[in-house]
Write a protein that binds this ligand. Structure first.
Ligand SMILES: Cc1cc2nc3c(=O)[nH]c(=O)nc-3n(C[C@H](O)[C@H](O)[C@H](O)COP(=O)(O)OP(=O)(O)OC[C@H]3O[C@@H](n4cnc5c(N)ncnc54)[C@H](O)[C@@H]3O)c2cc1C
Ligand code: FES
Length: 336
């Protein structure tokens, strides 16, 4: 049986390989043109050590303490020259993709749908045969090339891939290069190039309650994650707080409602910062975080949005004197 192994390199590039339960992950990667750093290949040197972030696997006992200590084993470290997958896995490789003789994958696709959900927000879907081989972890992003220019912009997938189609939720930045293309020129059928997947902001195995905090189109990675959770289920409570600046920024509420109907433990609330808002819940995301959401620190927090919002929320959580078990964030920084 073959399993899908996501290899996350330290430069943010992710590549997926197939490994059957008989070959080691290092051998499977090599067979597929990726050289995970190796030396002894015998469980003695520790050169091939990586962190397994998800999945089941078997390591055997043919390695020594100097290569992988009991403590590292308990923390989820593995030796890829000894590791045999028993399910799909996610591995963090402590080397760049370039060092491992690989690079981000590129794809060509065509716009299947582009529309403004409101004056500030654009929904984009692209589709193509090549995308049927695009794998990514929910929460990750790609670089989309702006047609007619040499520049690219980063966008998080807002859905899982389905029938070679992926979607994005994009803020309409007035005068912005991609924003202008999408609002005035783009039409169904136009070609688009994308490169990725990228990023370390992705859904880990759910081992405790989750608090998801989204600012504006920072909602995008969460709708992808929630689609995955709707498929796989979760026994832990999940709460999303979605904050925007103006009423017209508030989009995809019907989608959140549909996801809440599919995921029994999932609740969400939304809030609008503008005091003139007509929405019943006003204020910033931080004003809607309740002590029960932080669960005395036994919580994994995922936070995504524009840099000032991510900084403000991170600081607020620190000020509560609570250290979440895990804290993952993504800043939607503007391109340099
Ligand atoms: C990892 C990552 C993932 C991202 N995912 C998403 C996503 O899913 N959805 C999404 O909408 N965006 C996302 N972004 C931001 C996105 O990549 C672009 O920066 C944004 O869409 C603006 O691109 P543009 O070409 O329209 O504007 P640009 O031509 O890049 O910018 C035009 C002007 O507007 C300024 N500007 C750019 N963005 C903003 C902003 N947010 N607020 C105020 N001023 C701004 C720029 O500094 C510049 O002066 C992500 C960024 C990163 C780094
Ligand atoms: S390569 Fe030496 S322990 Fe794996």
């Amino acid at each position: 049986m073959s399993f899908q192994i996501a290899l996350n390199f330290e430069d943010g590039v992710t590549r997926f390989i197939q490994a059957d339960g008989h070959e080691t992950v290092a051998d499977a990667a090599y067979r597929q043109g990726i050289n995970i750093p190796l030396d002894c290949r015998d469980g003695a040197c520790g050169t091939c050590k990586c962190k397994a972030e998800a999945g089941r696997y078997e390591l055997g006992d043919n390695f020594i303490e100097d290569a992988l200590s009991e403590e590292e084993l308990a923390q989820g470290y593995v030796l890829t020259c000894q590791m045999r997958a028993e399910s799909d896995c996610v591995l963090r490789i402590p080397a760049s993709s370039q060092l491992c003789k690989t690079e981000q994958a590129s794809f060509e696709a065509a716009i299947s749908d582009v529309r403004q959900l409101s004056e500030s927000t654009i929904a984009l879907s692209i589709k193509g045969e090549s995308l049927s081989s695009l794998a990514f972890l929910p929460g990750q992003y790609v670089n989309l090339k702006v047609p007619g220019s040499e520049q690219s912009r980063a966008y998080s997938f807002s859905s899982l891939a389905k029938d070679g189609e992926v979607s994005f939720l994009i803020r309409n930045v007035p005068g912005g290069l991609m924003s202008s293309f999408l609002t005035s020129l783009a039409k169904a059928g136009d070609s688009m190039s994308l490169a990725g997947p990228l990023g370390s902001f992705y859904l880990r195995p759910i081992q405790r309650p989750l608090l998801l905090l989204a600012g504006g189109t920072g909602l995008a990675p969460f709708t992808a994650m929630l689609e995955k959770i709707a498929e796989a289920g979760s026994e832990h409570p999940l709460h999303l707080i979605y904050g925007v600046t103006n009423d017209f920024d508030l989009v995809e509420l019907d989608r959140l409602q549909a996801l809440a109907a599919r995921i029994p433990n999932f609740t969400y609330s939304a809030c609008v910062a503008n005091p003139a808002s007509e929405y019943p819940h006003k204020g910033y995301v931080t004003q809607h975080i309740e002590p029960r959401h932080l669960n005395d620190g036994d919580v994994d927090v995922y936070l995504c949005g524009p840099p000032p919002m991510v900084e403000a929320v991170s600081q607020y959580i620190r000020e509560q004197g609570i250290t979440p078990a895990n804290f993952y964030y993504e800043k939607f920084a503007a391109a340099a």
